[in-house]
Every structure is written in C-alpha cells, then in structure tokens.
Design a binder for this molecule. Sequence first.
Ligand code: NAI
Ligand code: MG
Length: 414
Amino acid sequence: MAKHTVVTMPGDGIGNQVLPEALRILKAVGFDADYIHADIGWEYWCREGNALPQRTVDLLAKHKLGLFGAITSKPKKQAEGELRPELRGKGYSYFSPIVTMRQRFHLDTCIRPCISFPGNPLNFIRKKTAGGFEEPLVNVVVFRQNTEGLYAGVEWTNPPEQVRAALATHSKFKPFTAIAGPDLAISVRIITRHAARKICQAAFEWAKKYSYKSVTICEKPNVLRETSGMMEDEAKAVAKEYPGIALRSTNIDAQTMWLTKNPEDYGVVVASNLFGDVISDAFAGLIGGLGFAASGNIGDEVAVFEPTHGSAPKYAELDPPIVNPIAMFLSAVMMLEHVGEVEKARRIRDAIAAVVKAGKVRTYDMMRIPGSAKAISQGAATTVQMTDAVLAKLAEQSKSADASNHAELAEVHE
Ligand code: NAI
Ligand code: MG
C-alpha cells in the first residue's frame, strides 16, 4: 500500500500524553507512514492570536490525513486575558481550532463508534426484574453532522439592528422585541438539505457495510419543526434506498432517557451537530466513558481522527501520566480503517480487547478511583504501561501467527 503522511497534532494537555503512545502502537503493527508534527491549541492562541495557525492548515491541505489529541478552550473573557499583551485589543477572537478545522475542510461527517469491550469493568449493567444483573453489549455508531446546526457559529450577544429587524418579521419573536441588546444572546441553528442528506446517506452506507439492522434518526421534529423536520425528511428519503435497513426515529430528550433501557437495540444513530455531540457522549458513557470514546471527522478530501475527550488539564501535569490512552488508540484504528489498512486496524482492536478482557492492566478510570498521582500506588496502570500492555498483546498475536504459519509449513513438508 502507498506510504501515508500523517499530520500529528497533539495539541494541549493530555493530548501530548496520549498521541505519542498511539504512534508507538501504529509503528508496532508496521503502518508505513511519515509523521509530521503540526502546531495547534492554546499556546498558539496566546502567542499568535490563532489556535489553528495557517501552517497547520497548509499541512492538512497537503497531506489530507490528521491525527489529533485534544485542545483547551476557555471562555471569551479569559481567552482575551491570556492573549499576549501586544495582541490585545487588536480584534483577535478565539475560535476553537477543532471546530474551525471541521468547517475549513468541510469535515462534515463525524463518526463516533460506541462499542463495548467484554470484560470492561466500566460497561453498563442493567438490573433484571427477577433479580441479578445483566450486561448488554452495546454496538452503536453515531453519525453526527459536523459543520452546521447550532455549532455553525452564527451567533450574537447584542445582535445588530438588521438581525433584530429580520427576526421581528417572525411572530414568535414578539416577546423578545423589548429586550435590550446586551441582554439578548442568539445562536442560529442552520440545517441545509444537502448536508442533512449527506449525513443520513453516510449513516445508511455504514449500516449496510457493517450489517447493522437499523438506523435511528435522533432529533426533535415535534418542536424544532423546520430544522429537525428537514433532518427527518431526508432520513426518510434516504431510507427508501436501503430497503433492508429499518429507519427508527427518536427524540433527543427521550433517547437519553431510553439509553439505559435497551441500548443493545440500537445500531447506527444519526443526528445534527449538537444532538449528535450529546448522544454520542451519552452512548460513550455506557461503554467506558471518555477513556474509550474515539471519533473520525471525515470530509471529501481531508480526514482527522481524535479521541472525544478534551485536554483534561488537571491530569496534564502528572508525571508519569495516568490517563487512559485507549480512546486515542481507537482513533488511530479508525484512521487505519479509513486508509484501507483494515487488517492492522483489526490487530490493534483485538489487542486492546485482549488487554481489557484479561483485566490485569487498568488505568485509574477503569478502576473507578480518583485520578491523582496516588492512583498508581492503588494499582492503576500509567498511560505508558497501558500502551506496553497493548504492545505485548500485539507481540503475542505475531508469535501465535508465526507458530501457525510454521505448523502449516511443516504439514506441507510432510
Ligand atoms: P475533558 O474531556 O478534558 O475531561 C473531562 C474528564 O474526563 C477529566 O477530568 C477526566 O476525569 C476524564 N477524562 C478525559 N479524558 C480521559 C482519559 N483519556 N482517560 C481517563 N479519564 C479521562 O473535558 P473538560 O474537562 O470538560 O474540558 C477540558 C478542556 O478540554 C476544556 O478546555 C475543553 O474546552 C477542552 N475540550 C476539548 C475537546 C477536543 O479537543 N476535541 C473536547 C472536549 C473538551
Ligand atoms: Mg462532546
């Protein structure tokens, strides 16, 4: 296969701890790639007034494949306060670099698999009515529209007069007309038919490829009649092209309530930006939480893979690092699948599954103990030890593959 170049963006906080570990894993399976480091995150906002410098955009545009750790975002006033003094008051405003990257490269499809590893002590368990407990295995893949909806970024506090005038043409705006500008904040929820169609199509294609029985559109069309209504209409239209796959429809609020009732009944779930963000975190909670939640941001040309978690600043200074690198590994697995290296992806996933199942090496989150330096003396594995455990399983796989090859050869010689 062609050699790839991966733009690596560790970013802030624990992004710098987990991304290098993922590179060790990728190397161990023999993924033939060059890695180019790129700057992103809070440091670059403070120093340059831009958390996503143009040089990083250029690298992504050129190489088209990115592996990203996490970034730190802070509220507006704090962001302005931390900007280098020379840059203050010069019109710089902070934008989340990951949101900017998604919009800049039209990474409009976000894929978030939430699939349980048997033996994970964090897996969801359910009380049986007759007594005792059961552990339904969750196998959900959330498709989240990644560039529009409530995260389109069209928002104001104290909206300009033209905006107020336009809104005043809507009868439902009447109760708000008397509100003083500084007391009025507006975020616009934008859904376009093309993007709605595209995310629904991607969800159904995935369901078809991986034999899921259903696609659930998770919106709120009874209240958000226009925007969620359009999402649902498009889901229905796309569903007609996939006769073997059932389309189900749930409301985001009810879905979060039902989540723990029958999570094993859901397959692919598709939603607009904010609702997809919410529901993917909710499903991730059933399979081990942020230490296990990976994602891919896919555009027509560029794709960037990242754990769902953020920079977890309270853990960033701990030495040795203690956070769980599995979400980052699973993001690397998604990257491998994306470039067609499915066998290498499978090997890593199997190795992670074997470590989780064996239960001997667990980071603090898997032990449900507080994340502090003390966790190690309580038996928690460090970030590096978790990587070493996965590497050891990979080595075992290679040995047993070698042994079976030898056995086959011996048979041939006989
Ligand atoms: P977070 O995901 O950074 O951390 C929340 C909590 O989850 C942590 O305190 C920790 O208990 C746990 N956690 C996260 N990753 C873990 C891991 N790998 N292993 C074990 N436990 C883990 O979210 P938070 O605290 O809300 O935000 C911190 C910063 O990260 C903020 O500045 C936020 O804006 C940013 N953020 C960035 C994201 C991104 O880069 N895509 C996503 C979410 C938040
Ligand atoms: Mg989120």
